[in-house]
Write a protein that binds this ligand. Structure first.
Ligand code: 4AD
Ligand code: MG
Length: 477
């Protein structure tokens, strides 16, 4: 007999004769009530064991973590808390779990402990919910772009160019570490390497994505990216997933519209599909916040926060306006910022971004027109000659969710910029071809997927929204 998912059993509209369920025991009470979870939903199904007619040997093996199969009738439950339960006629232990050794006891564990057990933490309610939400969010990403006719492009993971200067890159090599081939001047001889040149893990698919946008019109990437920056923060991973749309003929305003519409769409979609999981995560967050001092508590509960983002336009503010606000704000005057804002041109730190979003505007903010010298070489220079058509979308609690720009489509201006920055034109000759042959206005952005999952789940550490986090000093599993 084929088993039915717990989710479908719980959603049944009537009692059913003879059903089968398979899953893992969460708890077993009074030698009678099993809470069984199979991951299809947050909720457990209660399985009532006929303990008088079940051998003691079997009852002893119904322990937290054990995999079991039960067959019986699905009947309306007498107990509070669930509509249906299974009256067990037959129970089979599929895989035992030693109750003294299984780390996921039915009690509250610290997030640190759970991180060390990332292979088992997904068996808890919170991580089950987070990972289902993550899955639905990623489907929503594809659905949004596919509905709009974007082409999904898989840009390379091993790259031959340090496109962005977006941070330290991880080298990819097949050369031996001892006895490394060297050139005459003592440098590593990459011509002897697997690809015959130096290669790295990609930090962004943008530059390759641009070449596709200049043929297919609207494209997006959604893949892993790697940064070897030593940022041990709750917002940085060394391996994270990025979504990068790139659209021919879009200017910066179109780009902002796209980012806003996209984020609202995927959040709305996920709220519809993951109502139970999000409700659970909201309650979890409220519990967590009770432990914090009043001043640090969020004013809105999770679902209110998500609804707020759906119902309000993101505030669009130029870098210059933002600097004015920051220069004159209380924390700056009272020297509360670690990096005080003195003058135009300063790079914004996360403390400044959070002030703007959480204290000043109290809504998501899109900052645009940044000083050219703090942004990447490919961003379009404004007529003022000192700012570029860059945009960052900033979110409460998260900081930078999106970074993007209108691209410099003018060959001469781009080459001048590359020369000034010492960027190898030979290396990026293929990229320059997009500006040589049929160049046009185009724009795009990158959204850090884990930062989005962080926002939607209300979690506070990015290590808790990716299955197996990679951070400095940590590549377990
Ligand atoms: O702002 P970034 O560096 O932009 C780019 O890479 C551009 N090439 C994107 C484009 O225009 N196509 O990164 C984009 C986003 C950031 O806003 C942030 O959300 C996320 O990627 N991000 C990280 N997320 C987790 N861990 C890290 N170390 C991250 N670095 C960037
Ligand atoms: Mg950025």
């Amino acid at each position: 007999m084929k088993h039915t998912k717990v989710k479908d059993l719980l959603n049944s509209t009537r009692s059913l004769h003879e059903v089968k369920a398979k899953g893992w025991v969460r708890t077993f009470r009074n030698n009678q009530f099993i809470a069984l979870n199979d991951g299809s939903t947050l909720h457990n199904i209660q399985c009532v064991v006929d303990f008088e007619n079940t051998p003691d040997e079997t009852l002893k093996r119904i322990t937290t973590g054990a995999a079991i199969a039960v067959t019986g009738d699905l009947v309306e439950s007498q107990g509070a808390g669930q509509k249906f339960e299974i009256k067990v006629k037959h129970l089979e232990i599929l895989g035992d779990s030693d109750p003294d050794k299984f780390p996921m006891q039915p009690k509250k564990h610290s997030l640190e402990f759970l991180r060390e057990n990332a292979h088992l933490r997904v068996r808890t309610n919170a991580f089950g919910a987070i990972m289902r939400v993550r899955s639905v969010l990623s489907f929503a990403v594809h659905q949004y772009f596919q509905e709009k006719g974007f082409v999904y492009v898989n840009t390379p993971i091993i790259t031959g160019s340090d496109a962005e200067g977006a941070g330290e890159m991880f080298k990819v090599t097949a050369l031996p570490f001892d006895n490394t081939p060297r050139t005459e001047d003592g440098k590593v001889d990459y011509s002897e390497d697997f690809f015959g040149k130096e290669t790295n893990l990609t930090v962004s698919g943008q530059l390759e994505g641009e070449t596709f946008a200049m043929a297919l019109g609207q494209i997006y990437t959604f893949g892993p990216t790697f940064r070897a920056e030593n940022s041990n923060t709750s917002r940085h991973l060394a391996e994270f997933w990025m979504i990068e749309p790139e659209v021919a003929f879009n200017d910066l305003d179109d780009n902002m519209d796209l980012a806003e519409d996209f984020i609202q769409y995927v959040i709305r979609y996920t709220m519809e599909k993951c109502a139970d999981d999000l409700k659970f995560l909201e309650t979890r967050l409220l519990d967590e916040e009770k432990a914090k001092p009043q001043a640090e508590r969020s004013e809105l509960a999770l679902l209110e926060k998500l609804n707020f983002v759906l119902e309000n336009n993101f505030k669009r503010v130029s870098y210059t306006e933002a600097i004015d606000i920051l220069r004159n704000c209380k924390p700056n005057k009272n020297k509360k910022f670690k990096y005080p804002i003195d003058e135009w041109g300063a790079d914004l730190q996360s403390e400044h971004e959070r002030y703007l979003v959480e204290k000043h505007f109290k809504c998501p903010v899109i900052l645009f027109d940044y000083p050219a010298n703090i942004k990447a070489f490919y961003m379009r220079l404004n007529e003022d000659g000192k700012t570029v058509r860059a945009m960052d979308v900033l979110f409460p609690q998260i900081g930078e969710m999106v970074g993007g720009s209108q691209r410099e489509e003018r060959y001469d201006v781009l080459v001048e910029k590359m020369d000034a920055l010492g960027i190898d034109k030979e290396e990026l000759n293929w990229y320059l071809d997009t500006r040589r042959f049929g160049s046009a206005v185009h724009s795009g952005f990158g959204l850090g997927f884990e930062r989005l999952v962080l926002f939607v789940t209300g979690m506070s550490n990015i290590r808790d929204v990716i299955p197996f986090p990679r951070t400095p000093g940590n590549a377990e599993f």
